[in-house]
Design a protein around this ligand. Structure first.
Ligand SMILES: Nc1ncnc2c1ncn2[C@@H]1O[C@H](COP(=O)(O)OP(=O)(O)OP(=O)(O)O)[C@@H](O)[C@H]1O
Ligand SMILES: [Mg+2]
Length: 485
């Protein structure tokens, strides 16, 4: 009986019960109902105001705003969270478009405020349609006008994206006197977020991270920060880093500036290259680790840091996305990886069984196979190959899934086994060193985005991600920030 009065024991029981409750809510899907209840309780404490955007005006002419808002809402990632969504094929044969059904609600975040849109369709003879904006009165003055302006801007961008052919710029090897430093070719890389084998939750987080960033112009201005966001993609060769950059550019409809640092003459040349980039572009530096290791004499370390800070971008009010790729960030100076310089760290691991299944589905059209348990068993021993290697084997035997899977098994047992065991060792070492250094660079992304949040929140967030990353061989070091918007 005495043990029941022990506060540590009680605390342990409470934590255990909370954990069980969380598992129960997630497993049964009750978490969604709980979230809904929580939101309706929250709503009870707020006064809301509604704004109606009808499809037609009084003279029965089409209301352009309705069209714009409709395009905007259908482009939001949160449409996938709506209870009922219609699916249509797009212009391309493999494209699927989501459209909000009648009476459905879609949420959006803007400048830290949450708004909802209701797709209203009258069931009477008129069948009139309208979109209803629900906004908290407390937020109305602050966000209504900028939000409507934001919808206009996004609509214009989406329209432009449809028409515009993207460009891939490369810096030319030339002398200083040449004013034009970039040469371009049409950017036709077919990679999209759909074609990259990656945990879907992580993909959605990254998509909404990009969207949140794009909405955050005023927020960045208010903070006196350059409106840029930097991503570090790191992982072994052939794990999809370059493909991911292409997917990002295609998703955003942005041109790509691929900077080859070995062709840059010196720091000022690097600055002028940056100055010559256009707004709404993804600026990419591939294999930054290799460049830093080689200790180049042309561009100095501080030149690279200044470039990463994008100081010169402040000349322009338009947004920039910077992406750096590395095979490993183990020996990289922490100044390179510090918060603000790199906002989001994304790890690209070698294949695990779940990525293998995604690849098998997309490359061979095979969702399940009698050889899958054997493949899973080999992965469990720590053997692994890169998605590029597995993809190549599958392409080579695409007419015979069984042969393709057998060749993957053989490759895993030989090459993968050797490399996998090294990786397992490394992973264990990584885990050990992380535990001993609490503020490892993996936390950086979170510190950047949640700048002023309590350490407690960061740990909580990071704990969740860490749980997932342990399961999925660690892939995303930071949750896309919601504070930006
Ligand atoms: N996660 C993945 N999902 C689907 N395909 C992938 C994935 N990773 C790699 N591939 C395929 O493997 C090939 C090589 O990928 P990619 O060039 O993006 O790798 P990388 O990480 O940039 O390699 P490196 O570090 O050598 O530059 C591409 O054809 C790509 O389609
Ligand atoms: Mg690459």
């Amino acid at each position: 009986m005495k043990i029941l009065c022990n506060p540590f024991f009680l605390l342990f029981v409470i934590v255990g019960l909370l954990f069980l409750l969380r598992v129960l809510l997630i497993r049964t899907g009750l978490i969604y109902r709980t979230k809904k209840w929580w939101r309706s309780i929250e709503d009870c404490f707020h006064v809301h105001q509604f704004f109606k955007v009808p499809e037609f005006n009084e003279s029965m002419q089409e209301n352009q705003l309705y069209c714009k808002v409709s395009v905007y809402l259908n482009s939001l990632a949160s449409i996938e969270d709506s209870d009922f969504t219609n699916l249509f094929t797009g212009k391309k044969s493999n494209e699927i478009i989501l459209r909000l059904d009648s009476g459905q609600v879609i949420d959006d975040d803007f400048l830290g405020a949450r708004v909802s849109w209701i797709n209203e369709v009258k069931t009477d003879a008129t069948c009139s349609r309208a979109l209803l904006l629900k906004i908290r009165k407390a937020d109305k003055r602050r966000i209504l006008r900028p939000y409507l302006q934001h919808i206009h801007t996004v609509f214009d961008e989406l329209e432009q994206k449809k028409k515009r052919q993207l460009k891939l710029y490369m810096n030319i090897d030339s002398d200083r006197n040449q004013s034009r430093r970039w040469r371009f070719v049409p950017f036709t890389h077919p990679s999209t977020f759909e074609t990259i084998a990656m945990e879907s939750d992580l993909k959605n987080k990254l998509k909404s991270d990009l969207e949140t960033f794009l909405k955050a112009k005023q927020y960045y201005n208010r903070l006196g920060r350059v409106w840029k966001r930097s991503y570090l993609l790191y992982g072994p060769s052939g794990t999809g880093k370059s493909s991911f950059v292409a997917a990002m550019a295609n998703f955003l409809g942005y041109d790509v500036y691929d900077i080859d640092l070995s062709r840059v003459l010196d720091d000022s040349d690097l600055k002028s290259l940056l100055l010559q980039t256009t707004p709404k572009s993804v600026i990419v530096v591939e294999n930054l680790d290799r460049f830093l290791m080689e200790k180049s004499t042309t561009v100095s370390f501080s030149g690279v840091l200044n470039f990463m800070d994008g100081i010169l971008n402040s000349c322009s009010a338009a947004e920039r996305i910077m992406v750096f790729t590395m095979n490993s960030k183990d020996h990289i100076d922490s100044a390179i990886l510090r918060p603000g310089r790199i906002d989001v760290h994304i790890h690209f691991p070698l294949c695990d069984f779940s990525v293998f299944k995604t690849l098998s589905n997309s490359y061979l059209g095979v969702k399940d196979h009698k050889l899958f348990p054997q493949v899973e068993e080999i992965f469990q021993t720590g053997a692994s190959l890169s998605p590029a290697e597995i993809g190549e084997l599958m392409i080579a035997h695409r007419n015979s899934p069984s042969r393709a899977l057998k060749s993957v098994i053989t490759a895993l047992q030989t090459e993968g086994d050797r490399r996998g065991s090294v990786n397992v060792g490394r992973r264990l070492l990584d885990a050990g060193s992380r535990n001993s250094t609490e503020d490892s660079s993996d936390h950086l992304g979170i510190f950047c985005k949640e700048n002023f949040n309590a350490v407690k929140d960061i740990r909580k967030l990071y704990g969740l991600l860490r749980l997932r990353s342990n399961r999925k061989a660690q892939s995303f070091d930071s949750t896309p920030g919601q504070n930006d918007g």
